[in-house]
Design a protein around this ligand. Sequence first.
Ligand SMILES: [Zn+2]
Length: 423
Amino acid sequence: MASESTLRFGAQTDEMTSLLRIVNLVRTGEAVTRPEIGRLTGLGRGVVAQRVDHAIEVGFLQDGEFAPSSGGRAPRTLRFRAERGRVIICALGALHIHVGLADLDGAILADSHRAWDIARGPEETLDEAMSMIDRLVAEDAAPGTPVWAITVGVPGPVDFTSGRPVAPPIMPGWNGFDIRTRFEERFDAPTWVDNDVNILAFSERERRENDSIDLIYCKIGSGIGAGLLSRGRVHRGANGAAGDIGHVRVLDSEELCRCGKVGCLEAVAGGWALVRDAQRALDEGGGGALAKRVADGAAITPESISRAAEGGDALAISLIRKSARVAGESIATLVNVFNPSIIVIGGAVAAAGELFLAEVRQRVYELSLPLATRDLSIVNSLNDQREPLRGGAALAREELFDETFPRWFADGAPTVARIHSVD
Ligand SMILES: [Zn+2]
């Protein structure tokens, strides 16, 4: 990946190109001794020694333990100095804020979580997120470690180049808000803003340790969206709208969507639509677990519907099945266009597990081309609260070391000015 991206910068010297590659080989663990680097790069021993010395001097690498000897003198291992910088991850959900602090290898060192309604708008929400981040940074075991990168995930489409949300249906007041500059000014570190489903797709790539995976992460929460990875690279499309399947029209629906259109997938299969349908059924005298919940004074949520379905409640099961059936049809279209090897389904509605998955599988196999489904697996996400943090750290590493590395390598650490310089 590294060599490919450095080539894109054109004006690199051979020396610089091999230097970046060597740091990345050690960083990813592909080669951790000088002889291994020589074998993978085809560079001579003297050149490898010189480049490694340079990388040590700039502060990226460090001599480590001796590797096990294979007969002759044991070679010294090299290690990437992941502790030199920190990555801040800010995962904003519709109803929560989750922030984390990671090292440059993506290990999550600390995190903090709170309930929060994103409809309170960007000013108030980012102030709250930033004070949560301040607390994490203040408690860092290695005080003063510089922040090298920040990634921000939001539940809606983002123009990745400018770091601004684009008409996000559930984020009133956020359209066009300059999230990136807000973070860069506050923390003096390069910032990337992305749709949360892309970040979740990154998390799945990391967990599967497969850098060239063809994967779709489909989130069926209150809203619906999909993150697409092609050969391990996220496909955002020309305007950041790729995978935004929640507001594509489905057949036979006249339901009004919260985006203002009629008949969107989300207005039939999203969590908020199921809550609406549950309410309608109860108004017409429906009983069961959800009726009991309302009688007890609790609100119906997407989570409560999937839990009731798991518990065998007939109304909840029919709602979950309907969501899965209609979502499955849209996913089948994605499968035919995109031909992934794996579809990961996450989100509160999909938390109903096998019940949801079985219906999606059936629709996808019915409606997709046999060749596109021959090796396809459809699985549930881990549903682990830390997934967005791991994914955000992966996005930061990709942007720092695969995309922008040549711009700032010589400085020894990334800066906002260098990352955004146009060469
Ligand atoms: Zn819509």
